[in-house]
Design a protein around this ligand. Structure first.
Ligand SMILES: NC(=O)c1ccc[n+]([C@@H]2O[C@H](COP(=O)([O-])OP(=O)(O)OC[C@H]3O[C@@H](n4cnc5c(N)ncnc54)[C@H](OP(=O)(O)O)[C@@H]3O)[C@@H](O)[C@H]2O)c1
Length: 356
């Protein structure tokens, strides 16, 4: 069975490796579990036995072909592909350049978007892109955090929010009931920001419980009726609402960031040249709109990528049990279709895949 075989400063493991392959673009996704060659830790990389990995909206979108053109530049656009950007697990082997990790360490981490993601029983990852799995988090609870927290962290930093600058700031969060939104509420509450959450009627109590000072039910109140008093605003919900959110900033605000920008979609639809041009024009118009609130107001399209500062921050929050996302669905890797359906249908709670 599984064994660790030390070999000099590093080790080569012989666990059976399986990966969840998305075979071609489709909705529902065409998923298949297949064997893959055992992974090796070289240089500064480690091999992690994945105990849990998450399914996020981007995985569902990519499984249907979204983003394939632009992501092909990172080797991540071609089917068959292994999706997934984060995991919680146990170190199996460490490359010769790795001092920090040894077999048996419990870690969580992120993978860059690339040809082979985290929906597998093992991943190879740069040792700098994992952190100790601290706190009382079950595998699924830990695995749903790194990707979403990293994206949130990049959004917060892109407008200049941190523990020092956030205290007392008025912040507007659209999509507050989702993964990014719930983490934003928890982090911003810990930083003593004054948050207004926009969400559907079923989530108003949840948003209050997570620290929102006030809550706007988007089904009964339009965004344009919210006063323009905010230091910062975040769009984690809907690109067509972006301009309305930017208009809620006060004069001289910090800025606005969105994770739901049309960059990938434009290039999918119109190709690199025209799509790139259209995306650039949309960004320019939105950034101008933000600057009409003041010359130093920031405007950002957030793009996920592994971020060591974000992982440090996540570790600090987890050590105090201060960030959590509820699990709405978990299943073995072999039953991944249910997890993809859960996310595609926008059901509450995160989706996690567990390895046997
Ligand atoms: N750019 C990047 O690198 C990056 C990285 C991570 C995520 N994202 C994107 O960011 C978005 C949020 O991610 P997430 O993980 O938080 O997703 P999520 O958990 O599905 O949450 C999104 C929330 O937005 C609200 N919503 C959905 N459709 C809406 C609409 N048409 N109008 C207004 N509100 C709507 C829903 O809540 P209510 O019904 O309660 O309002 C939902 O809970 C997703 O689109 C995701 O793909 C992008």
């Amino acid at each position: 069975m599984a064994a660790i075989q030390p070999s000099g400063a590093h080790a080569v493991e012989t666990h059976r490796c399986r990966e969840l392959v998305c075979e071609e673009a489709g909705s529902p996704p065409r998923l298949r579990l297949r064997d893959c060659p055992p992974l090796r830790a070289t240089g500064s990389s480690i091999v992690v036995k994945v105990l849990a990995t998450s399914v996020n909206p981007i995985d569902v979108k990519r499984s249907a072909g979204y983003g394939a053109r632009l992501l092909s530049l990172k080797g991540a656009g071609r089917f068959p592909m292994v999706l997934g950007n984060d995991f919680a697990g146990e170190v199996l082997a460490a490359g010769p350049g790795v001092r920090q990790w040894k077999a048996g360490d419990r870690v969580l981490g992120t993978l860059p978007t690339g040809a082979r993601g985290a929906h597998a029983t093992q991943v190879v990852v740069d040792g700098k892109l994992v952190r100790p799995w601290v706190g009382d988090y079950a595998a699924a609870e830990a695995a749903v955090l790194p990707y979403t927290f990293t994206t949130l962290w990049r959004a917060l930093r892109s407008v200049g929010l941190d523990p020092r600058t956030a205290s007392g700031r008025q912040v507007l969060v659209h999509g507050a009931s989702g993964g990014l939104g719930q983490l934003a509420l928890q982090v911003l509450a810990a930083w003593h920001a004054r948050v207004t959450a926009i969400c559907g009627p079923q989530s108003t109590d949840l948003c209050r419980a997570l620290g929102a000072e006030s809550v706007v039910d988007r089904h009964t109140q339009g965004i344009s009726s919210i006063p323009a008093v905010f230091d910062a605003s975040f769009n984690f919900a809907s690109w067509p609402d972006d301009a309305l959110l930017v208009d809620r900033l006060r004069e001289g605000a910090m800025g606005h960031a969105t994770t739901v920008h049309p960059l990938l979609g434009c290039v999918d639809q119109h190709g690199f040249l025209r799509g790139g041009y259209l995306a650039w024009r949309a960004h320019l118009a939105a950034a101008r709109r933000a600057r009409s609130r003041g010359p130093s107001v920031r405007y950002a399209w957030v793009v996920y990528q592994p971020d060591r500062d974000a992982l440090d921050a996540l570790q600090a929050f987890m050590a105090h049990g201060a960030v959590r996302l509820p699990i709405g669905f978990q299943a073995p890797l072999a039953d991944a279709a249910g997890a993809f359906r859960h996310v595609a249908e926008g059901r509450p709670g995160r989706a996690a895949l567990l390895t046997p």
